[in-house]
Design a protein around this ligand. Structure first.
Ligand SMILES: *[C@@H]1O[C@H](CO)[C@@H](O)[C@H](O)[C@H]1NC(C)=O
Ligand SMILES: *[C@@H]1O[C@H](CO)[C@@H](O)[C@H](O)[C@H]1NC(C)=O
Ligand SMILES: *[C@@H]1O[C@H](CO)[C@@H](O)[C@H](O)[C@H]1NC(C)=O
Length: 394
């Protein structure tokens, strides 16, 4: 098992030699629509903004204008992008919100294909571009996105909806830049990842290997994972699109690691999903989440004693202080979420000072990925979201 996981992870990042025939097939250019094109297909005009962070990253922020209530910022999870909120068309949350007149903004964290840009660094050549984790998404990316939205709309606060990592980053923000607690009226946290103590089988062996993988990647100069233009990415996509791909990619990997819900995530939807997912991030981000899981602490990045002492004046990295996250939070969990276990959400709930509502989705099979891609979220999820937006609007 251990060896198998190791091999699979190395395959993700190591260049693969392919025969020419296979190479042509793999690289055949499928036309993939971007966010504004997908929005237009649903009858919504979409603006694009390039947002520059304090440390020079250029982030893509999409905007579907609307007049109802506060602006809403939607933040995707790890290895994902803004597209996740729209790829299922009318069954997607972005479309449901836009159709009811909400003013919605869709952010992209540094490192994914929309935000793989910097004012001076080249992500293909400069390793330092990839020296970030969810800490930088919270400390740098969110403030730049939030300020851009507030400046553009004249609003003093916004509502936020985050999926998975898309809400961890708000806890980093609230704990490290407390002034931003005032600017978030309400955070609706879908699959609220912060503590990962209970992420047991099947993640256990993977998490154990993370330090070894970290050193392997470091010694081989590998800093990015799942670049969409890489040959390996194209090969993976090709594999997942084959009939056998469903067994390997979906049943073997996705359902095992994120929770199985065949009715809500049926075979027919996966080819659509695989056009947009997964997306790139830094190896450092994966390692940081690995540290959170192993240490059972939602802490700053652990650089080892020597550098920790310099950076933090402490041999181990300090925890993010949840008691400083003053913004109102709604926590929505699911029983069959294999990443974000209800037991871990319970810990988060005790630590956050301003949880206004906690709910478990009323479906036993509901999984980590159902929050973004389920067939029937108009039954399971949207009523809760609309209810919260209505109850807590200014
Ligand atoms: C927003 O406006 C304030 C005040 O005019 C300005 O200081 C800040 O740089 C602006 N931020 C962004 C991201 O545009
Ligand atoms: C570093 O930590 C020590 C003890 O933990 C403390 O006495 C000292 O004031 C700290 N230094 C700084 C610069 O915070
Ligand atoms: C949960 O769903 C079942 C049917 O699937 C329904 O009978 C029940 O009323 C629902 N409960 C809540 C709290 O919505």
């Amino acid at each position: 098992m251990k060896t198998l996981i190791f091999i699979v992870f190395f395959l993700f990042v190591t260049p693969v030699n392919l025969t020419d025939a296979l190479r042509n097939q793999v690289e055949s250019n499928e036309v993939i629509m971007n966010f504004p094109e997908l929005a237009k297909l649903q009858g919504h005009p979409c603006e694009e903004h390039d947002v520059i962070t304090q440390d020079g990253y250029v982030l893509k922020l999409f905007h579907i204008p609307g007049k109802r209530g506060l602006p809403i910022l939607l933040m995707h999870g790890i290895l994902d992008s803004s597209d996740t909120w729209i790829i299922k068309g009318k069954k997607s949350l972005a479309v449901a919100l836009a159709n009811t007149g909400h003013d919605i903004w869709l952010g992209n964290c540094r490192g994914n294909h929309y935000s793989r840009r910097h004012v001076s660094l080249n992500p293909d050549l400069d390793d330092i571009f990839w020296d970030f984790s969810f800490r930088e998404h919270g400390y740098h990316d969110l403030p730049a996105l939030i300020d851009t939205i507030l400046n553009n709309t004249g609003a003093t606060k916004l509502n936020a909806i985050g999926h998975s990592q898309g809400n961890s980053i708000f806890y980093v923000l609230g704990a490290t830049r407390p002034e931003y607690n005032e600017r978030v009226n309400l955070l609706i946290a879908l699959a609220p990842v912060s503590f990962l103590h209970h992420m047991g089988h099947p993640w256990g062996p993977v998490v154990k290997l993370i330090p070894e993988m970290g050193s392997y990647f470091k010694s081989h100069g590998i800093v990015e994972i799942l670049n969409q233009r890489s040959l390996f990415y194209k090969l993976l996509k090709f594999l997942c699109h084959q009939p056998i791909g469903y067994a390997i990619c979906v049943q073997g990997v996705i359902f095992t690691f994120f929770g199985k819900d065949i009715e809500e995530l049926p075979p027919a939807v996966w080819p659509i999903i695989f056009r947009h997912v997964p997306d790139s991030t830094s190896i450092k981000n994966l390692i940081h989440y690995g540290q959170v899981t192993r240490t059972k602490r939602f802490s700053h990045f652990d650089y080892g004693v020597k550098k920790n002492l310099v950076l933090y004046n402490s041999s181990s990295p300090p925890e993010y202080d949840h008691s400083r996250v003053g913004m109102r939070v709604v926590l929505l969990a699911a029983e069959n979420d294999m990443v974000c276990r209800p037991n871990d959400v319970a810990i988060l709930r005790r630590k956050l000072p301003n949880v206004v509502r906690y709910a478990v989705i009323n479906r036993t099979e509901y999984s980590h990925l159902d929050f973004v891609w389920a067939e029937n979220n108009h039954i399971y999820l949207f009523p809760l979201v609309f209810d919260m937006l209505k109850n807590y609007d200014l």
